[in-house]
Design a protein around this ligand. Structure first.
Ligand SMILES: [Zn+2]
Length: 580
């Protein structure tokens, strides 16, 4: 029997799959598009229908329908497989019995816990009443699978034990903690909101404190686990993705309640930062870039709708900076201080929320308005604040036309002469060069990192899978040696470091390659990986060159330049080889 992957590929063409996410143009016998994985104005993302693959000449993204769905949706292989199998009408039944890897057990535990929380909510009229008093309808509670857990130490733990799960598994799922007296529930006395990945598998929880005891945090989230990575998750994205694509904009709110009420108000394109990398105050830039990158692929337009207090404004600035750097069009919905979207919707109704979204302003205008309000009448202060709080954002804008548009606007509104603003911008460009560069690099690196991981995983899968066979059809030692050379690591170390994912990697390789010859594929994977590493090195060398030039160290510059030429030549060779 054909592997499920080849069955799916027989039923779904690459054009069909990709065009359901982005707009394609015909180009000879191929199709092209603006690349969803990097920011560009003219299309360099090419699709070959015959080969069932894509390749981007801008950023090097390449692969087939599976890698496309994985990267676009932020899913792992099994998630993409589930999604595409559903779409193609391919039954994974025969294969699912093989899903006994560690991650599969964790998904099962999370689903079991979700059902347990739901049944607890049904039995607790007080908690149910609370949700209704916040404006939630019965069908919404059902749709978002909201649950409840009473104030007790081991309710969930004991329940999962009766279902046959092991202590270590329950702990790994992030549901219990260990103390001297044994395991106890992480979530107690909380309304439970399951967080799902984009194929709708529950991967984490966010729990809202039910009865305030004066000492527990209002919100408690699952820790990172083998199935929950904050950088690849936005609350509600699984339910919002189609609406974001169809309406061509997303609304980003902070809390679950905000999101759920906004969905109930028919803004189904709403997503929330809650429990994800974007909600951390010391946000790691890479994680925030991946979070917003997920949304950007669906639509370039985003409306930020955080609370109108100081923390909300800070969150707006943080997310706004990164969204602008990703080339997104960022608007801000202005909420009164101390009012969040959930309050607004439940107290003032749908129309109030509609108006706030409709009247959202470009991020720069929003920040400008705030400065003007803060500095009423104090012109010197206003000049300073504009430089400190607004111009940096103008500087990040990728287009020169947009930059001058906003400078003129600021000048018109504040009566600060345009020349003075331009002067300030120039100074700022120098001062902020480092931060700007850092964000730009992060955007580049995040894509790069993803791609490297992806290819590495594929190769490791093939190696582990073939090693596990009695009669392997390829020489795994050879591939491993090639891989070690590219990674500049020891072969043994590579194998040891990946033992934990071994079962998943084998599963992936097996469903992917069984019954298909894959010699050529391995060569291509190795070349692609090498290219990614060379590109990364090139970036590092460019920065070194920059520094050497700034220090006016000519000998050093010449040396680095030579290295750069050499790397470029190697990349070119790989590219030329591909065209043959
Ligand atoms: Zn690209």
């Amino acid at each position: 029997m054909n592997s499920p992957v080849s069955q799916i590929k027989e039923r779904l063409t690459i054009e069909e799959v990709v065009s359901s996410y982005i707009k394609l143009e015909r180009s000879g016998s191929n199709s092209k598009a603006r690349c969803p994985f990097h920011n560009e104005k003219t299309p360099s993302f090419f699709i070959s229908g015959d080969r069932g693959t894509y390749y981007c000449f801008g950023c090097g993204a390449s692969g087939d329908i599976f890698s496309f769905v994985e990267e676009f949706e932020g899913l792992d292989f099994k998630g993409a497989l589930k999604l595409l199998a559903d779409r193609a009408g391919v039954d994974l039944g025969n294969f699912s019995k093989e899903q006994t890897g560690e991650k599969d057990r964790l998904y099962k535990i999370m689903e079991e816990a979700t059902l347990y929380f739901i049944s607890n909510l049904k039995d607790n009229t007080e908690a149910l009443q609370y949700l209704k008093s916040r404006g939630l309808e019965e069908k919404t509670i059902k749709e978002f699978r909201i649950g409840f857990i009473k104030d007790d130490w081991r309710l969930l733990y004991n329940y999962l034990k009766t279902k046959g799960y092991k202590d270590e598994e329950i702990e790994k799922a992030g549901l219990v903690k260990k103390s001297e007296k044994g395991y106890y529930d992480r979530f107690r006395n909380r309304i439970m909101f399951p967080i799902s990945d984009s194929s709708s598998r529950v991967i984490a929880f966010s729990g809202r404190l039910f009865q305030d005891d004066g000492k527990s945090a209002k919100y408690l989230n699952s820790p990172e686990t083998p199935i929950f990575s904050k950088s690849a998750t936005l609350y509600g994205l699984d339910k919002a993705k189609n609406a974001i694509r169809n309406n061509n904009f997303s609304i980003l709110v902070e809390g679950q309640m905000d999101l759920i009420l906004s969905h109930q108000a028919l803004y189904r394109n709403t997503i929330a930062t809650s429990g994800t990398a974007l909600s951390d105050s010391e946000t790691n830039k890479e994680n925030a870039v991946s979070n917003l990158g997920l949304v950007r692929r669906l639509s370039n337009n985003i409306v930020l709708a955080f609370d109108g207090d100081k923390a909300g404004i800070n969150a707006t600035s943080r997310a706004g900076k990164i969204a602008l750097s990703l080339g997104m069009d960022v608007k801000v919905a202005s909420l009164p201080e101390g009012v969040d979207p959930a309050d607004l919707i439940s107290k003032e109704g749908l129309d109030a929320w509609k108006n706030v979204v409709k009247n959202s302003k470009h991020l720069i205008e929003f920040l400008l308005d705030r400065v003007i309000l803060d500095c009423k009448g104090d012109e010197r202060k206003m000049g300073r604040e504009i430089k400190d709080k607004v111009l940096f954002f103008v500087d990040i804008l990728p287009s020169a036309i947009e930059k001058s548009h906003f400078l003129k606007k600021i000048s018109d509104i504040t009566a600060i002469p345009l020349l003075a603003l331009e002067d300030d911008m120039k100074k700022l460009e120098k001062e902020q060069k480092f931060e700007k560069q850092e964000i730009e690099d992060t955007v580049k690196n995040t894509n790069n990192l993803y791609r490297k991981d992806y290819i590495e995983r594929k190769l490791l899968g093939i190696i582990f899978w073939q090693k596990s066979l009695k009669n392997p059809i390829i020489n795994t030692d050879e591939i491993l040696a090639d891989l070690a050379l590219i990674l500049k690591k020891d072969s043994k170390e590579i194998i040891e470091n990946n033992q934990i994912n071994k079962e998943d990697l084998i599963f992936e390789a097996e469903v992917f390659y069984s019954n298909t010859p894959f010699d050529k594929e391995i060569k291509e994977l190795l070349l692609n990986l090498k290219e990614e590493y060379l590109k990364e090195e090139l970036g590092l060398k460019m920065r070194e060159l920059h520094r050497a030039e700034e220090e006016k160290d000519q000998n050093k510059s010449i040396g680095i330049l030579k290295e750069i030429n050499d790397i470029n030549q190697q990349i070119q060779n790989i590219k030329n080889g591909r065209l043959k």
